[in-house]
Design a protein around this ligand. Structure first.
Ligand code: ADP
Ligand code: MG
Length: 763
């Protein structure tokens, strides 16, 4: 026992001997815990210090490109344009294609369709002007087997004439185009041969550009392939060793993936056994391994986040059935099996003592609103409040209409908060929320986030409809004490995308529509058959049904589009259907006007409603059985699908006509054909993703998609699944990533995605 005295500063100094007994090194730390009998000192485990070797490696990867030998300020600027700032950026900038330059091809045997290497002597070289006024420079070269024409467009003829002297020999690389019998090579690469030089020897002396499958890197204006290839080769030769193979073989070997360093090396410098086709489609072991590496860390981050939430304390609701049973009795129909399944998944989450983070996907009309309402009632039964957030005012209002209709009968108070609410009306509404007398609060995302204070928020429902990725879960959480969160989306998201975007959420899918819906028949009509479309409308209305005519509204040309819609309504009324009642609905109308138009259509006071895309989410009219979409080629697939979902909601057979002027782009035609072929939202989403790619599919840059450098969600879906399984498997063995391997992986995860995934509090 050692006795210590408090010094005159009021501090207690602990002698070095005791500190050593604690096993503390200089720089180490202790935690002090006060207990009844005194203080307890705990040694804080040492932070793993990166080894010297590791620190050097990290520093190497961070070296700026301007410090690389042969890279001057100008080249560095060009590389920066391609987001290559550091050695690490460069290593992960992969070739976008590859060329087979292993062997010289005799000119006679050159095949169109892929770049090949050949050698020859210049026979003639001339500048010329085509009939169209373009300048062309033409060179004829020949070898022992034949000759071929080389062509340049827009080249400087003087400079070309100086370079391309008759009799000069060179090695050329380029792709043969064939026009009937004519074979030509446009803009080939050239490597000049000195007089009497041996071709094979020259090629052997330049292993960066010849004698192998060579990488072709993405360029930018002013950056040339040869320069780029040279820089990249240098980086690979000198810095690849600095790349750390963080993932252990135990994770890689089940699917025979390569360690990161090896994969990078092979992607830049393909081994001799790689095939050109695999390389160019990203299917080599190297490319697949790189995709796995990227997906793995992302999925691990999401899984950690999900686990973090699962460990948080939340509200454990009880299912008392007080309101939910009552509502089920009031409904004129039964819940579908899909609705029941999703609802029980939600209830299970709500009963657990941890916060729920669940995403419900369901096609338009699958009955999400009702599922949301049931969940809301569970919270209300427990004396908690519910916030329902919608992306637009119209949607918020529609939810309010649907929900308060039922809640009034149950005696549950629902409040609608709109941006337009003013003065005392607003004050009153806010007061109802603040003192807890409003059980369910409905509003737009903005309104609920900004202004509202809840008395006791227990559940937040975020309706994203077709805008997703902007999940404002964080803000809702702060409005209550770790409330449960339910996110709803009407856009079916392909599984791979959902795994990438929402891997930290639990996923429920309402995968069936309520019974009694007849499938919608969809047909493409070209402009020339417009009169037939009018006859269809006339026929439908003649049978007591109603029709929509939809106009695209593109933001850039909003005014003229609005005019087109307005004029169309007038034209249809005055000239085409003078005997029928034609109405108009667009986003620029006042809310009351919109409401009035929708109501009039719903109550059959109109036969035809001409509308812009406002209608997408706004309206539910079972008697409307025909939808004509003008300029359907201008819409995205998901949007077309959303629009089409406005018909086919009743028992009558419904039709959707895709009108289009005739000349369609390839993608445009593909989109419309998909619409004809299926009404399955998931199939449409898959096709949309395939046609547009993930970035555009999601609509915005802030869509929440991570920027993968190599991996592609479209191409590498199977690898994504493996990566996720591997990440979950790892966490099962080492939940907090505390093993030596786990620590390294965690460190790398934080380095790559820590900020992006807000992992600070989790990992
Ligand atoms: P979503 O929000 O998924 O687009 P809604 O919740 O608006 O779909 O439901 C579409 C329509 O189907 C509504 O009129 C709703 O009352 C009705 N509905 C919902 N569930 C069922 C069901 N189980 N059986 C019959 N009709 C249903
Ligand atoms: Mg809905």
């Amino acid at each position: 026992m050692t006795r210590l005295r408090v010094d005159h500063n009021g501090s207690l100094a602990i002698p070095g001997e005791l500190i050593r007994q604690l096993g503390l090194q200089p720089g180490g730390a202790v935690e002090v815990e006060a207990s009844e009998s005194g203080l307890l000192l705990h040694r804080v485990p040492d932070q793993p210090q990166p080894s010297l070797q590791q620190s050097i490696a990290r520093k190497n990867l961070a070296v700026g490109m301007q410090f690389i030998k042969g890279v001057g300020p100008k080249l560095a600027d060009l590389l920066a344009k391609r987001e290559i700032h550091t050695v690490e950026d460069a290593l992960f900038c992969l070739p976008h294609r590859y060329e087979d330059r292993r062997e010289l091809v005799p000119i006679r045997q050159l095949q169109p369709g892929m770049p090949q290497v050949f050698q020859g002597t210049v026979l003639s070289a001339n500048g010329a002007t085509t009939k169209g006024g373009r300048t062309v420079f033409e060179v004829l070269v020949q070898d022992a087997t034949g000759s071929i024409l080389l062509k340049w467009f827009h080249a400087n003829p003087l400079w070309m004439q100086r370079t391309w002297k008759v009799g000069r020999r060179g090695v050329f690389t380029g792709e043969v185009s064939s026009f009937g019998y004519l074979r030509e090579v446009h803009h080939p690469d050239v490597e000049w041969l000195a007089e009497g030089a041996d071709v094979q020897a020259v090629m052997a002396a330049d292993p960066v550009n010849f004698g192998r499958i060579v990488p072709v890197y993405p360029l930018t204006e002013g950056l040339h392939q040869k320069a780029m290839r040279k820089v990249m080769r240098q980086i690979v030769d000198n810095y690849l060793d600095s790349v750390e193979n963080v993932l252990p073989l135990s994770l890689l070997s089940p699917h025979r993936y390569l360690p990161l360093r090896e994969a990078l090396s092979q992607a830049h410098l393909p081994p001799s056994e790689a095939t050109l086709a695999d390389l160019n489609t990203g299917h080599t072991p190297a490319h697949r391994s790189l995709a796995f590496d990227e997906f793995f860390f992302w999925e691990l981050g999401l899984a950690l986040k999900k686990r973090g939430v699962a460990l948080e304390e939340g509200i454990a609701f009880q299912v008392t059935h007080r309101y939910t049973k009552e509502l089920a009795r009031l409904l004129p129909f039964q819940l579908t099996a899909a609705q029941r399944r999703v609802l029980s998944e939600i209830k299970e989450d709500m009963m657990a003592p941890h916060p729920m983070h669940r995403l419900v996907q369901g096609d338009v009309g699958s009955g999400k609103t009702l599922v949301a309402l049931m969940a809301a009632l569970v919270a209300v039964e427990n004396g908690y409040q519910v916030a329902i957030m919608a992306p637009t005012e119209i949607l918020a209002e529609q939810h309010w209409h649907n929900i308060h209709h039922w809640c009034d009968q149950l005696g549950v108070r629902v409040v609608l908060l709109t941006a337009g609410l003013r003065g005392t009306a607003k004050k009153d509404a806010m007061a109802l929320v603040a003192d807890g007398s409003a059980a369910i609060v409905i509003g737009t995302h903005a309104v609920i986030q900004d202004k509202v204070e809840f008395q006791r928020l227990g559940l937040g429902i975020v309706d994203e409809q077709h805008r997703f990725g902007v999940l404002q879960r964080g803000i809702l959480k702060k409005k209550g004490n770790n409330p449960d969160i339910l996110v709803m989306t009407a856009t079916p998201i392909p599984r791979t995308l959902a795994m990438t975007l929402f891997g930290d959420l639990s996923l429920s899918v309402i995968d069936a529509l309520p019974p009694g819906r007849t499938p919608i028949e969809t047909r493409i009509y070209f402009e020339s058959r417009r009169h037939q479309v009018y006859e269809l409308i006339r026929g439908e209305v003649g049978q007591g049904r109603q029709a929509y005519v939809i106009y695209p509204l593109v933001e850039e040309s909003e005014k003229s589009d609005l005019k087109a819609a307005t004029q169309m309504a007038q034209h249809l009324q005055a000239e085409v259907f003078p005997g029928l009642r034609v109405g108009l609905l667009h986003g620029r109308m006042k809310p009351e006007e919109k409401e009035a138009a929708m109501l009039a259509f719903k109550q059959r006071e109109m036969d035809i409603l001409v509308a812009t895309t406002v209608i997408e989410v706004g309206i539910d009219v079972p008697n409307a059985t025909l939808m004509v979409i003008e300029h359907s080629e201008r819409f995205g697939l998901s949007q077309l699908h959303q629009l089409r979902g406005r018909v086919g909601r009743g028992a009558h057979r419904s039709r959707c006509i895709l009108l289009t002027p005739g000349k369609l782009s390839e993608d445009g035609e593909r989109r419309l054909r998909v619409m004809e072929a299926t009404t399955d939202g998931f199939k449409i989403a898959e096709a949309d993703l395939e046609i547009r790619g993930p970035g555009d599919f999601l609509g915005t840059r802030q869509s929440g998609m991570p920027d993968f450098r190599v991996a592609s969600i479209l191409r590498d879906g199977a690898i994504l699944e493996q990566a996720r399984d591997a990440a979950c498997g790892l966490l099962e063995q080492d939940a907090a990533l505390t093993s030596a391997e786990g620590r390294r992986i965690k460190e790398e995860l934080l380095r790559r995605w820590g900020t992006r995934l807000e992992l600070a509090g989790v990992a």
